[in-house]
Design a protein around this ligand. Structure first.
Ligand code: ADP
Ligand code: ZN
Ligand code: ZN
Length: 753
């Protein structure tokens, strides 16, 4: 017998290896890791099949033996291997590379799974005097272990702290320290830490449907379509309770920046359980530990971002995808999977319910519900006593925006109408909080020469440099590209015409915050009257900054919050009663046909932050296009009628979700080469393929980070048709001669183009 091994190489095949007879080893099990030689390299791969010698396409004389078996038992079970091969087929991605995406780094490096349970401790009789005077280095390492007390620490932790493996063995040989295996004890049964709330009828109905699906042991997908503040979390919690009590695990997926300390607290305050968090900022060790905890069943509640959907679970009973519309669920490089789609797939595999919860379902999910593939549960009212805030338009064409005097007497535009400023003032004076949404961080999006029209552009991208500027300190002033991180000084004079008339145009969160400072300062002392809290990627970069911001907001004192889309992610700020969107509706004018959907989702989510406590909330949308039919539909009728209208449009135009898309991107040093490669790719399409072929065209941002991008879109009426073409076409495309120096990528079900 031979083993077939999936290796982390970009080739669409598995590789046959023999097993040396003289190692008298049994055949390595399917799903275990082996080390093999591959060309001149040594690689670690996963055994995916056993085959008979006669079935191998490699002649016996050319077969190489595996060098080492790394696991006695499989690290990936049948379901995980099935998931991997489904991913490989659906996303047309090499199986070995799929597995590389799925496995934690340390596993891929061949580290033993018990790495984390091997502990070291100092033997009880040993003292400092056991060291000779010249054994300084040893003493130093010994002291590091000593800091961990009598129970010592895991080998992994010690190595991370800078301990050397060789010293550990030396100290062991000298009889000073010993290793021991510390197994994790099985987790206690989950218990309630706090009593559940009494559900309203719609919440109860949702919990009942989810749990009845759970009891039958069948897969069901749910679309929990509940307006903002309708108490979706309480539905999750009560559905989880029954599943946890049955001794099963629950996986909760959250958007990328939704994983704040509050997220954990939401679940930890209800359940006394082993909660594990999985996110992209984890260290390799932590990731391995989390992976093992999920796989062994030690973790009972798993809260994770996108990639958590690829983890192995011992006995999963329920998957929840919170804010299921969120864009961060789509992986945007390498294996371009969608975590919500995968959640449904895994639910089918494990025969368990999957809940997609959101106030703004994607058109794809709405269509699945219409087609009966998702069971829709609606929560139409806010939970408890809170009421959904009303939305109102402010016509910014009728009134000019407020002008403010500068120190030197010049006037500048604040970007806010007097009506908006009046409402903000009123809210603050009533002791309440205001949230202003501006989806652009930095000071201003453009630096412009008013004499000649020169603009500061990124030399590497088709983009303006954002002005980062602060009145407070000069060294915080610079130009930066938000696409490639290029930085430059702010020039004193225009590089083209030497005019000093260069000005920052447009408004980012920093500038808006400064304007608000000026508007709401005490005119005599110019001291600020209300705290202005800026929430964006620049102000939340530090580790505990979110926590501080949260505390400040939840103290409840009057304040103005200025935030980018970060503030749209499910936060609960009970004292915010006014939400302002000064120019959020611009996305309705964008060329990307998905832009209205995404803009509306964002607007509704931000609006949903208003009036979540006892007081009634208001939402003011300042717009230059108050007659825009889409905007009016959204404001007057709400998200669902708006989405239904978009769905009708998509249907008429044959666009997703009424067709299935594959986007091919090509990246290279010149636009000519990338476009030509895509033309060559089109020439390889099989005759009579029946797909709509759009392109090649320049990608939306053609030049990015000094590389040029072109793209090609394939649309098919049904999924099978698309995949059948891709099955025969994509690999030959990758084999095109030009593919050697260009980067060609395939995106199945792209979320934007
Ligand atoms: P969503 O996630 O749907 O926007 P949340 O789950 O954050 O809404 O709930 C909003 C608020 O309503 C929370 O403070 C929550 O405690 C409260 N709540 C939820 N369900 C109930 C209920 N049945 N009775 C009273 N309050 C509830
Ligand atoms: Zn100029
Ligand atoms: Zn750039």
């Amino acid at each position: 017998m031979l083993v077939q091994v999936a290796l982390p190489v970009p080739l669409y095949q598995v590789f046959d290896y023999s097993v040396l007879v003289n190692t008298n080893a049994v055949l390595p099990t399917i799903g275990s890791r082996v080390q093999v030689s591959f060309g001149r390299q040594t690689l670690i791969g996963i055994v995916v099949a056993h085959i008979a010698q006669v079935d191998s396409s490699v002649p016996a004389s050319k077969l190489k033996p595996i060098t080492q078996c790394l696991d006695d038992t499989p690290i990936l079970d049948e379901q995980m291997l099935a998931l991997a091969s489904w991913l490989a087929r659906y996303y047309h991605y090499p199986l070995g590379d799929v597995l590389a995406v799925m496995l934690p780094t340390l596993i891929r490096q061949g580290k033993p799974l018990d790495l984390l349970i091997t502990h070291w401790r100092i033997l009880p009789h040993v003292t400092d005097t056991d060291f000779r005077a010249n054994a300084n280095k040893q003493k130093q390492q010994f002291d590091m272990l000593k800091l961990h007390g009598e129970r010592g620490a895991s080998e992994e932790v010690l190595l991370l702290e800078g301990m050397q493996r060789s010293f550990l063995t030396t100290l062991e040989e000298k009889g000073l320290i010993e290793r021991y295996i510390k197994l994790k004890t099985a987790p206690k049964a989950v218990s309630l830490a706090k009593m559940p709330l009494t559900l309203n009828d719609e919440q109860q109905l949702a919990v009942d449907s989810i749990l009845s699906a759970h009891r039958t042991g069948q897969y069901s997908g749910f679309l929990l379509n509940g307006i903002t503040g309708s108490g979706k979390t309480e539905v999750y919690l009560q559905a989880m309770q029954a599943v946890l009590e049955a001794g099963q695990q629950v996986l909760i997926l959250v958007p990328e920046i939704g994983l704040t300390p509050q997220t954990r607290a939401r679940f930890a305050s209800r359940f006394a359980a082993q909660i594990v968090l999985l996110h992209s900022g984890m260290s390799d060790t932590y990731r391995l530990q989390g992976w093992q905890d999920c796989r062994t069943g030690h973790a009972q509640i798993i809260i994770g971002t996108r990639s958590a959907v690829l983890y192995p679970f011992a006995n999963l009973g329920l998957i929840i995808v919170d804010e299921a519309h969120d864009g961060s669920y789509k992986q945007q490089d390498s294996l371009r999977y969608h975590a919500a789609d995968l959640a449904l797939y895994r639910g089918m595999q494990a025969k368990i319910p999957v809940v997609l919860g959101t106030a703004t379902p994607t058109l794809e999910h709405l269509k699945l519900a219409t087609d009966g593939k998702l069971i829709e549960c609606q929560l139409r009212t806010r939970a408890g006593s809170a009421k959904l805030a009303s939305m109102q338009l402010i016509d910014a064409r009728l009134q000019s925006t407020h002008q403010q005097n500068q120190d030197d007497g010049a006037r500048y535009d604040t970007g806010l109408t007097d009506q908006l400023i009046g409402a903000i003032k009123q809210t603050l004076e009533a002791g309440e909080q205001v949230l202003i949404f501006l989806n652009r961080r930095g000071y201003a999006p453009v630096l412009l020469c008013e004499a000649c029209g020169w603009q500061a552009d990124c030399p590497r991208c088709d983009a303006h440099l954002t002005v980062h500027y602060s009145n407070q300190s000069n060294h915080n002033s610079y130009l930066k590209c938000h696409h490639c991180d290029w930085q430059a000084y702010i020039p004193a004079v225009c590089p083209d015409c030497s005019s000093q008339n260069i000005a920052a145009k447009g408004m980012g969160t920093t500038r808006l915050s400064e304007n608000l400072h000026a508007i709401f300062a005490n005119p005599q002392t110019s001291k600020q009257l209300y705290p202005i809290i800026q929430i964006d990627r620049d102000t939340t970069r530090k580790k505990d900054s979110w926590e501080k911001i949260y505390q400040q907001i939840n103290a409840g004192k009057p304040a103005i919050l200025v935030g980018t889309q970060m503030v749209a992610k499910g936060h609960h700020f009970p004292n915010v009663t006014l939400v302002c969107l000064p120019n959020a509706d611009r996305g309705f004018l964008s060329a990307d046909f998905r832009s209205p959907e995404h803009t509306a989702q964002l607007m509704i989510q931000v609006a949903g932050r208003a009036g979540r406590g006892d007081k009634v909330g208001r939402v003011l949308i300042q717009t230059l296009q108050p007659d825009n039919p889409l905007l009016l539909k959204l404001v007057k009728e709400g998200y669902l009628p708006f989405a239904q209208e978009l769905l009708q449009e998509r249907k008429m135009m044959g666009l997703p979700p009424y067709s299935h898309a594959a986007l091919i991107r090509c990246e290279g040093k010149t636009l000519v080469a990338t476009t030509q490669a895509l033309k060559d790719a089109i020439a390889l399409l099989p005759a009579g393929h029946n797909l709509a072929v759009l392109g090649p065209i320049d990608a939306p941002m053609t030049k990015k980070n000094s590389r040029y991008h072109a793209q090609l879109l394939l649309l098919a009426k049904n999924r099978n048709q698309l995949h059948q073409v891709l099955n025969h076409w994509w690999q030959p495309v990758l084999a095109l001669p030009s593919a050697k120096y260009l980067k060609l990528t395939l995106d199945i079900d792209p979320v934007g183009w």
